[in-house]
Design a protein around this ligand. Structure first.
Ligand SMILES: Cc1cc2nc3c(=O)[nH]c(=O)nc-3n(C[C@H](O)[C@H](O)[C@H](O)COP(=O)(O)OP(=O)(O)OC[C@H]3O[C@@H](n4cnc5c(N)ncnc54)[C@H](O)[C@@H]3O)c2cc1C
Length: 347
């Protein structure tokens, strides 16, 4: 049976970051990823400034488009904040994926193209039975299998979202057009938010977040300034969606299983966060494995995720309330508070 010190389920950006962290710590690492080739995913594709040093220490320096801050817009109101901790970066997921994959290959991470079917936890190891029939063993297992994590369910770590809680979804598509701003732009409508992320010199990503029936085209059409900018721009990717949010977990570690990235629970994409957080979780998980203290990861996960959880929960509560349309006017009235929140998320 193939055996690894660290077996990762899910070869998305966070799973690959975890496997690279493991190799950099001298551990053998294997990744089971169900999709072949370069994996794309619905995402706003804004890497916060704090994500870049985390990638750099993995030896990954993909090229994207500098992002200097965030602008919120709603009707006649707008507020802009420049990141105080340096620039972030807009980047196609495909470019990020290829850069992480080639670094993982260089370090000897083994990729297995298959899908986790069952997970069996033992005192000293974990065995994964794959759909293709192979069983693979890990001294530790890192679940990085995204929003609808099978690992979190099979390890008994998944928590149902309470009935009645608002569920939200994301849809994104790219357009062939030179970016008109070096800021991430966020437009608030009555029901949805629209994120514009420059991802290269001739392409912008448009991500719409809102309730289930949110119509991508109608939402953009309801924003005349944005609709005018995008008029005539050819789509340069397939439209794709993701959701629902939130996805919850009761705990992040059980025995030798540790959850990272969206698999460990994801509040919402409203703050344009996820990747920096996932890279920080991957690093913390491997540090706990190296110490032989997987149970310590729960505390470390809470520490690295706290700002994201508190600020995203706060913003989503406001966005789902009758005060929704007051968010941007309030932020423009109190720009230093808006700047404080953006900086906390950007770190
Ligand atoms: C609309 C939208 C906008 C967003 N905008 C931003 C943004 O601007 N900036 C930001 O930082 N974050 C953003 N996010 C969040 C970000 O996309 C996620 O946090 C990030 O993709 C999490 O990475 P991951 O590796 O944990 O999961 P994923 O990227 O989902 O990867 C999981 C991988 O696991 C694989 N997998 C799943 N099940 C199995 C299985 N059973 N066996 C084997 N493999 C399996 C999948 O194929 C996939 O490759 C956004 C999210 C959405 C939906």
């Amino acid at each position: 049976m193939r055996t690894f010190n660290v077996l990762v389920i899910g070869g998305g950006p966070v799973g690959m970051a975890a496997a690279i962290e493991a190799r950099l710590s001298g551990l053998s690492a294997g990744i089971i990823e169900q999709r072949a080739g370069t994996v794309d995913k619905a995402c706003g594709e804004g890497l916060m400034p704090g994500a870049l040093p985390l990638l750099e220490r993995l030896g990954v320096t993909p090229v994207g488009r500098d992002l200097v801050g965030v602008t919120y817009r709603s009707g006649d109101h707008s507020v802009t904040h420049r990141f105080s901790s340096g620039s972030g970066m807009g980047m196609r997921r495909t470019i990020l994926h290829d850069a992480l994959r080639s670094r993982a290959n260089e370090l000897g991470v083994i990729f297995v193209e298959d899908s986790l079917q069952t997970l069996r936890s033992h005192e000293k190891h974990v065995v994964v039975d794959c759909q293709g029939g192979e069983s693979i063993r890990g001294d530790y297992l890192i679940g990085a299998d995204g929003l609808h994590s099978t690992v979190s369910r099979q390890a008994g770590l998944f928590r149902e979202v309470s009935v009645g809680r608002t569920k939200r979804y994301g849809i994104r598509q790219h357009f062939q057009i030179a970016p008109w701003s070096e800021f991430i732009e966020v437009y608030y409508t009555k029901y949805a938010e629209v994120y514009i992320t420059p991802v290269s010199n001739d392409q912008v990503g448009v991500a719409v977040l809102g309730p289930r029936a949110t119509d991508f085209e109608a939402t953009i059409a309801s924003l005349p300034e944005l609709a005018a900018r995008l008029e005539g721009a050819a789509p340069s990717s397939q439209r794709s969606g993701a959701g629902s949010f939130p996805q919850l977990t009761a705990a992040r570690t059980k025995g030798r299983v540790l959850l990272v990235g969206d698999a460990s629970g994801y509040v919402d994409a409203i703050t344009g966060e996820g990747l920096r957080l996932g890279f920080a979780q991957a690093r913390a998980a491997v540090e706990c494995i190296v110490l032989g203290q997987p149970q310590m990861y729960e505390l470390r996960w809470r520490q690295v995720s706290r700002d994201f959880r508190v600020l995203t929960r706060g913003l989503i509560t406001l966005a789902n309330s009758p005060l929704r349309m007051a968010i941007v006017p309030l932020a423009s009235r109190f720009p230093s508070l808006f700047g404080f929140i953006v900086n906390r998320l950007a770190r």
